[in-house]
Design a binder for this molecule. Structure first.
Ligand code: IPD
Ligand code: CA
Ligand code: CA
Ligand code: CA
Length: 257
């Protein structure tokens, strides 16, 4: 299944890439949440291809109506993760595809066609970037940890969420190496998987933002949890916390101030 998925996702990557270098009209789904015709085109291509090749799976995808779709055996798709980057020609944008069997992680694929970086993982078989094995960093000192986060779209309208973002950054920033905000959750998780970041956290993400990246990170030796340090449950938890494992406890502690 992995090889067929890669073939389809690489083809979809050409649609993303064409759009990236073209002039685009932007529609606002919400104050901070953008969509273009390319998000829809990539999604439709993936949905049609997956329906043909993997008819036992439900496809759950960001730009579609997902009511009445069950999660059990599903392919969870973010056609363009990092649409704001895509629109502004910032080359951190990716197609994210996570496959779940009986609600359990099976395959994660994240493809950035602009940088031609393909992250893949099958549960139990390790994680790879362009075919080379990747592993999380072995940094144990929180003060030396480079972290990444994201700002929720709700920060434009919900003062509680905005205050929570600021409060956490104010506490954590002096205690770590630095904090980045790259703008594509799937790639943030892959960058922890690759040992670039030691940790990552964000609130209000959707299943398609993280369904693939969390598989890739866990297969690279990293850890994913909710804000309590317990198992992160797709579609349920407000916060995702991810790390190389070594700094996880301290990251959780610092996020719970
Ligand atoms: C967004 C990106 C971003 C994160 C947002 C996501 P989208 O996805 O992953 O990094 O901060 O919360 O919704 O809308 O570009 O697919
Ligand atoms: Ca979006
Ligand atoms: Ca997304
Ligand atoms: Ca998206």
């Amino acid at each position: 299944m992995k090889e067929k998925l890669i073939e389809i996702i690489k083809e979809a990557g050409e649609i993303l890439k064409d759009g990236y270098f073209s002039k685009k009209d932007v529609t606002f789904k919400a104050k901070k949440d953008l969509v273009t015709k390319y998000d829809v085109a990539v999604e439709n291509f993936l949905k049609e291809s997956f329906a043909k090749e993997f008819s036992d799976f439900n496809v759950i995808a960001e730009e579609s109506d997902n009511t009445n779709k069950t999660f059990s055996n599903s392919i969870i798709v973010d056609p363009i993760d990092g649409t704001t980057n895509f629109v502004n020609k910032l080359p951190h944008t990716a197609i994210s595809v996570g496959v779940y069997v009986n609600k359990k992680p099976y395959i994660g694929i994240v493809y950035n066609p602009i940088l031609d970086e393909l992250y893949t993982a099958v549960v139990g078989e390790g994680a790879y970037c362009n075919g080379e094995k990747i592993e999380t960093s072995d940094e144990k000192d929180f003060q030396k940890a480079l972290l990444s986060t994201g700002f929720p779209y709700s920060s434009g309208t919900c003062e509680d969420d905005l205050n929570d973002v600021i409060k956490k950054i104010k506490y954590i920033l002096p205690r770590c190496q630095d904090i980045r905000r790259l703008g594509a959750a799937s790639l943030d998780l892959c960058l922890v998987a690759r040992g670039v970041y030691e940790g990552y956290y964000e609130m209000n993400l959707k299943a398609w933002d993280v369904s693939a990246g969390l598989i890739i990170l866990q297969e690279a030796g990293g850890k994913v949890s909710n804000l309590d340090g317990n198992e992160y449950v797709l579609f349920e938890n407000k916060y995702i916390v991810a790390s190389n494992g070594f700094i996880h406890e301290e990251l959780i502690k610092n996020l719970n101030i």
